[in-house]
Structures are given as C-alpha cells and as structure tokens.
Design a protein around this ligand. Structure first.
Ligand code: FES
Length: 131
C-alpha cells in the first residue's frame, strides 16, 4: 500500500517536472521569437526637424548635436511615452518620468528606457533607426 502511494507520488512529481520544463521551454521560444521579430524593424526619419524631442513610431529621438534614440515603451508596463513636459519624458499610464538620456527620474519605472542604435546618412540627412 505504502509503495503504491510512493510510486504514484513519484509519478506525479515526474510528470509535473516534465510539464513545467516543457512550459518554460515553450515560453522561452515564444519570447525569443517575439524579440527577434521586434528587432527586424527599421524607421527612417528626415533630420530636418528642429524640435528638441521627436516621437516617431516606437522611438523617441532626442535631437541634440549627438542625438539619442530611445524606445518609447515605458520600462514599467510598456505603455508608449508620447509626452515631453518640463524637460522630462512622461509616461501617460502611471506617471513615470525619464530624463533625456532615458534614466528614470520618478517611478514606478525603475529601469532606463532602452537606447536604440541608429545611423545618419550625411548626404541625405536621414536617420535610420533599428527597432
Ligand atoms: S507603464 Fe509607464 S508608468 Fe506604468
């Protein structure tokens, strides 16, 4: 009787462990695929706009002599940041604020905004951003 109970418990633990591993494996594959697909997008922006901060698609361009390009997705829960007030980037969802380098100034977000790579074609004056 006791052996039967132990073997059932062992069986359930083993099945549970395999199910958990399969779930984690699938989750990793799914999120990895989403990240790869997310990175395939490029955005081009003509650099003839003199505004200090430009919001375009999924990015924020800080238009200085050495431009900084940030992801517009808040690091708290992913809302899109579309507001620049009093020198700060402000998330509309829960009020996180970031400086123009993407560093958090006020929570709930604690991580900086993601910096995005870009290049500028000096002949055409067009910025290409890898999102
Ligand atoms: S999603 Fe930006 S503060 Fe919550």
């Amino acid at each position: 009787m006791k052996n039967s109970k132990n073997s059932r418990r062992y069986f359930l633990k083993t099945v549970g462990a395999f199910a958990g591993a399969a779930y984690l494996g699938l989750w990793g594959i799914m999120t990895g695929t989403l990240q790869k697909n997310k990175r395939k997008k490029t955005v081009t922006i003509p650099m003839n706009d003199n505004r200090a901060v430009l919001f375009r698609e999924d990015c924020i361009v800080i238009n200085t002599e050495q431009p900084v390009v940030l992801s517009s997705y808040c690091t708290h829960l992913g809302c899109r940041i579309k507001t620049f007030e009093d020198g700060k980037l402000v998330c509309p969802c829960h009020g996180s604020m970031f400086d123009l380098k993407g560093n958090p100034l006020k929570g709930p977000a604690i991580k900086p905004l993601e910096k995005l790579e870009y290049s500028i074609n000096k002949e055409t004056n067009v910025m290409t951003i890898n999102i």
